[in-house]
Design a protein around this ligand. Sequence first.
Ligand code: SF4
Length: 425
Amino acid sequence: MVESAGKGDSLRGKTLYIPRMSEEGSRLFAAVFRSVGINARMTPTSTMETRERAARYLSGEECYPAQITLGNFLRVIGEPDFDPENTGFFMPSAEGPCRFGQYATLFRKIFNEMGMPWVNVISPSSRYGYRELGELDSGFERNAWRALVAADILRQKLMMIRPYEIEKGATDRVADLALTACEEVLAEESLGQSRRLKRLIAVLIEYRDKFRAIPLRTEERPLIGVVGEIFCRLDEYSNGNVIRRVEELGGEVWLSGISEWIAYTRFSRDDLARQMGRGKGLKLVKMKIASAVMDHEAHELYEPYKEDFAGREEPHDLAAFLEPGDPYLPFRGSLGEMTLSVARAIYLQQIGADGVLDISPFTCMNGIISEAVYPRISRDYGDIPIRNLYFDGTETDIDRDLGMFLDLSRAYRRRRLDLASRAGA
Ligand code: SF4
């Protein structure tokens, strides 16, 4: 839904700010909006001012991602040339028990109280997606999906290489150029679906080869899977650059991407309809076809990286992916990110991760519930170390905790490799 569409009721020609939920995802997602005439861009990089601005309007009990997102919107509003009637802020919503579903309403209320009822808060929901933004056709949703999948691919490739690069910064540079090239394809107006997909794949192939050409050193590193709350785990500022810190301390990270959540919301919607006996309606059939098309396109985008990601393939069958987590958190009962974190922790152990970090905002319901079941998962899956880290923006030195966690992960890795070599002997 568009909480307030502003004057003219159309976003075309207006500026739309997208929260920075990962550099890769937000940059490419903004490019998709530009392809339909909406001047989308990312919110500014978070700084201390982000939290200070938010604190003027919040009680402090709101979730950390809400504080960061609002703070950056308020920084945009505070710019001297801010034009309230021609600016929008993108804040998706979701159903369910989480406070996330209330962020857009809260921001709307704050903007109204600031005397800016014309500021757009653009808020598609996890249930209805972009169909609520009437002017965006189904092609937009398809391109947005491609953008998020491409962002995940580039981020995954970056994280596989960066810890081993000989020249510091070489991988980030290639990734940045790859994102720029993807942005150009995704932002181009009047490009047919099929041509856009082909050109996006061509860019991914071109930069796969550039990634592969980066000189690397050979080094033994524990593989650390990262799960948790989607904003905090993907936003470097919110998580205190935890990924780079793990890399500096000797680990390699496999970070859960954004497309996992989109695929999960589609799966849950179809699964719920099936459970309620609504599995045959025309509407559901259409949704299933759309899901099949999106799965197929994700497969096509991943295909050039098949060799690079061998053994770490993204799960395509969501039910099979969620099933192993069911004894710990029933995925048809608990729902949401906690079921994904739990299922992903098991999946990561099975693809050879040596430790799992769950990154969540302080007091996050999903993080707290997942934390309660991780000890059982660890016990049942070879004592793999699983550790929760919570963030609220206060400066804490997590390097000591991360250092200990990496030591445990190295010990687990030695045990795992030892067992594997004895089994193969
Ligand atoms: S997932 Fe966590 S951080 Fe996000 S709204 Fe829910 S409780 Fe808050």
